[in-house]
Design a protein around this ligand. Structure first.
Ligand SMILES: [Zn+2]
Length: 297
């Protein structure tokens, strides 16, 4: 029955959103998800089947996809009342009606610490969010570069905190980690994986496989993921045909599709792409970073 509901949720939601919702109905946390009005009757039926509750926020929100991140949006404007007939709503979901209402009220009175804790976010990551949110706002409200800056390194990172997969709907985190090496965030991701295993072993395993990637994050020219085969201390070999981009056909996507090795490492921060013929091209892009999420332990 649980797996059937999960599969029904997957017809309209990403893996991450479906898991997030099911964790809330199982009482592990409260979840807040955004839905267009026309999905609400469908959602209501599935949440009822799981014996759980949902409440809408006090006002609809404006959905504005980030530039270069596919359909992914990080910013929900709580105050913008929409005139269109199909509004989007933030929905609070829990196995307890009281907890769902309480989370909604905490958010509306800007009680960020208690609200974040009710969503299961570790304290260190809530502190990071509160400390950095103004800076994030100036850059599409995306925390990726800020989390990377706190981490200090971008290679050999744990697969568990890979947030680049969020742009493709499969991350194990529902918040920006205070560092890609944050122990509490790693624990959160591992617990979500354990929960996913109880629903569907195949789905859970493929979720973790997808976390083990290299990636190019750029603020405006797309997020690009690829599988890294090996690193010889100087360059990574990219598995051909493994490239996924939020801007397919964009200039960086085209360049990476022709790339066989990525030269990264050392302290220069310089990234070079090497094609099949050995031709090297240096990449100097503002607000961009190359990541290697490869540590499974
Ligand atoms: Zn943290």
């Amino acid at each position: 029955m649980i797996k059937d509901v999960f599969l029904k949720l997957r017809e309209r939601l990403t893996v991450t959103a479906a898991l997030e919702l099911m964790e809330a109905t199982a009482g592990r946390k409260v979840s807040r998800l955004g839905f267009s009005e026309n999905h609400i009757p469908w959602l209501d039926e599935l949440i009822s089947q799981l014996g759980a509750y949902w409440v809408p926020a006090y006002a609809p929100f404006q959905h504005t996809p980030d530039l270069g991140k596919g359909e992914w949006a990080s910013l929900a404007d709580q105050n913008s009342q929409l005139q269109s007939t199909k509004k989007s709503w933030q929905i609070f979901i829990s196995n307890s009606l009281e907890r769902a209402c309480s989370a909604r009220d905490m958010e509306s009175r800007n009680d960020e610490r208690t609200f974040g804790a009710s969503l299961g976010i570790p304290k260190c990551c809530i502190d990071f969010y509160l400390r950095e949110r103004e800076r994030a706002r100036s850059s599409q409200n995306d925390f990726t570069l800020l989390s990377a800056s706190e981490t200090g390194i971008s290679m050999g990172l744990p697969i568990w905190t890979n947030t680049l997969t969020q742009y493709f709907g499969t991350t194990l985190l529902s918040f920006a980690p205070c560092s890609y090496q944050c122990e509490a965030a790693i624990r959160y991701a591992r617990e979500r994986y354990a929960f996913a295993l109880e629903i569907d072993v195949e789905m859970a395993k493929s979720l973790v496989t997808q976390q083990k990637t290299g990636g190019f994050y750029t603020e405006f020219e797309g997020v690009h993921l690829f599988r890294l085969l090996r690193y010889d201390g100087e360059k990574f070999e990219i598995e051909s045909d493994s490239l996924k981009s939020t801007i397919p056909g964009g200039s960086l996507n085209v360049k990476l599709a022709q790339t066989r090795y990525i030269h990264a490492g050392g302290t220069s921060g310089l990234i070079e792409l090497e094609g099949q013929s050995g031709h090297l091209e240096s990449l100097a892009m503002e607000q961009s970073i190359f990541f290697d999420f490869s540590q499974e332990s």
